[in-house]
Ligand binder design. Structure first.
Ligand code: F6P
Length: 552
């Protein structure tokens, strides 16, 4: 690579700018009937099929993107990521979430120490907790078995485990089915107060999940949970010993909070919060769907890691997904990206990706500290596609915004079984309807009016602009393995985009400030000095004080 040449001055970058300018003059419908192009824009890795044929690109553009990837030494960056180099330059850390899913036979040396044994020790400890709870050996202070587990965490300590638990419920073994797993994240106490009314202290276990073990959202929910456990005068030591598990990198803070060492499972600084569901942060997943299925998720992610590591760029799924993401956001200036799973089990996959993508690549300074001269991460959101058709698809079809979309669907679902009744057959036809909607919507977004019977007499309010690019990602079927592969695919896509943009995807200084200014505001709400604030904030603080006083 021309060392230290700013990205936007690379010849490969300028080539793509020229191609983008030309592409802006054409419409997706002009590309839609080229079967050869279509075949060259469809890729497979294991049970994942990636179809880029509805993207505003031709083969020459894809080749140009691969050349750009080579120019910025993406292969070297991939090897560096997976081998534990210090890729997080502002926190001086590796980002080794891939190590969490290495098989026990593998080894990965970091600072002279093989991390794989520690990873598998952590998995063994998780497995022990899961089996003790599933077999009802884990008893509360009154000797009763645990019936409810409440994970208290936020961001990466919540979104990933929550998403996976919702996606894989049907795979839970009998022993897990008896256990109710709940998630509490919001600082306002809504989820916790809703839950505490229906739970019994003697049969409830709280998992305090926090990489830092300082996040105020989590620590305030944890404090309330402890007070609730102690409300009937139960011995605090007994409560802490039987009803709290801590998952963190910070053993000192877990111990200081009162969690016995035997109830602590640690992970490591080289695991980013939004990349941590593969670590002990994933304990709620293992409790919900069983340790075997959790390990299957790890195996699916490891499959994609190996693919990412060994597959040539031009047929490497995370690389292709990342290149398309940069092509749309930076070269075609498409600043909105929607994640549309056509499967209700993936309902929370979009919200998981909002953190993974926007907390990673929502950056405007490159790795050398200079402001970037191009768009980076688009605004990302999403919803179950068939539901979103009754919500925001109007904007996609007839709005003024350019939006790129990811359509994600499992092909097989509701497998037939002997003497499966009419209801099951009806579910199977619902799945076919879902797939039909997935394909129909991406087609109309591509072709616009060309996909309808409109003509010159059709009024404008009924016209479809089309020309909205999309990727279609098909899973043979949704399983713990394919979910692991899907999540790893997006983790590595995010990394690919960060390398092309030359930003650090593994820090999140933008959110650290929020944690700090809230403290000062809390003091101001308590009536302490507010004159240090701007007029708008001072006014609101006064209004809140008046309303609060009026309500006393
Ligand atoms: O949003 C900022 C952040 O640090 C995320 O990166 C992280 O996942 C979340 O807060 C929770 O942090 P912790 O796991 O340390 O409580």
């Amino acid at each position: 690579m021309a060392h230290n040449v700013p990205r936007a001055e690379l010849s490969e970058w300028c080539y793509l700018q020229g191609k983008a300018k030309a592409m802006q003059q054409s419409h997706l419908r002009d590309l839609a009937h080229d079967l050869d192009r279509n075949n060259q824009l469809t890729f497979r890795a294991g049970s994942l099929l990636l179809d880029l044929s509805k993207q505003k690109m031709d083969v020459s553009i894809l080749k140009g993107l691969v050349k750009l990837a080579e120019a910025v030494e993406l292969p070297k960056a991939i090897q560096g990521l997976l081998s534990g180099e210090t890729v997080n330059n502002t926190e001086n850390r590796p980002a080794l979430h891939s190590a969490l899913r290495l098989p026990v036979t593998a080894s990965l040396v970091l600072n002279g120490q093989d991390v794989v044994p520690a990873v598998h020790d952590s998995l063994a400890k998780m497995s022990d907790v899961v089996s003790r709870i599933h077999s009802r050996q884990w008893r509360g202070f009154s000797g009763r078995a645990i019936t409810d587990v409440v994970n208290i965490g936020v961001g990466g300590s919540d979104l990933g485990p929550f998403m996976a638990c919702q996606a894989l419920t049907e795979f839970a073994p009998e022993a897990a089915n008896r256990l109710h797993v709940h998630f509490v994240s919001s600082i306002d106490g809504t989820q916790l107060s809703d839950l505490l009314g229906s739970l019994r202290p003697e049969t409830t276990l709280f998992i305090l999940s926090s990489k830092s073990f300082t996040t105020i959202d989590t620590m305030s929910n944890a404090h309330t949970a402890l007070q609730w456990m102690l409300k009937d005068g139960v011995d605090k030591e007994s409560v802490l010993a039987h009803h709290f598990v801590g998952i963190s990198t910070n053993t000192q803070k877990m111990t200081a909070w009162g969690i016995p060492e035997s109830s602590q499972i640690v992970f490591w600084e080289w695991v980013g919060g939004r990349f941590s569901l593969w670590s002990a942060i994933g304990l709620p997943i293992a409790l919900k769907v069983g340790m075997a299925n959790f390990l299957s998720m790890l195996a699916g992610a490891n499959f994609i890691d190996e693919h990412f590591k060994t597959e040539p760029l031009a047929t490497n799924l995370p690389v292709l997904l990342g290149l398309v993401g940069v092509w749309n956001a930076t070269f075609l200036d498409i600043r909105a990206h929607s994640i549309l799973p056509y499967d209700g089990r993936l309902k929370f996959f979009p919200s998981y990706l909002t953190q993974l993508e926007m907390e990673s690549n929502g950056k405007s300074v490159d790795k050398s500290g200079k402001p970037v001269a191009y768009n980076t991460c688009p605004v990302l959101w999403g919803e179950v596609g068939s539901n979103a058709q009754h919500a925001f698809y109007q904007l996609l079809h007839q709005g003024t915004q350019a939006v790129s979309c990811d359509f994600i669907a499992p092909v097989r679902r509701y497998k037939a079984y002997p003497d499966s009744g009419e209801a099951h057959k009806s579910l199977q036809s619902q799945h076919q309807l879902t797939l039909a909607n997935c394909l129909a919507q991406s087609r109309v977004l591509m072709l616009g009016d060309a996909s309808t019977d409109s003509d010159e007499n059709t009024p404008n309010f009924k016209r479809y602009r089309g020309n909205q690019p999309s990727t279609t990602l098909l899973l043979d079927e949704l399983t713990p393995y394919s979910l692991g592969a899907l999540v790893a695919l997006y983790e590595h896509k995010v990394f690919v985009m960060s390398v092309l943009w030359d930003v650090n995807p593994f820090d999140q200084w933008g959110v650290e400030l929020g944690k700090k200014i809230a403290d000062k505001m809390t003091q101001a709400l308590a009536g302490e000095a507010i004159d240090g604030f701007d007029a708008s904030t001072q006014h609101l603080l006064k209004v809140i004080a008046d309303i609060t006083a009026g309500g006393q």
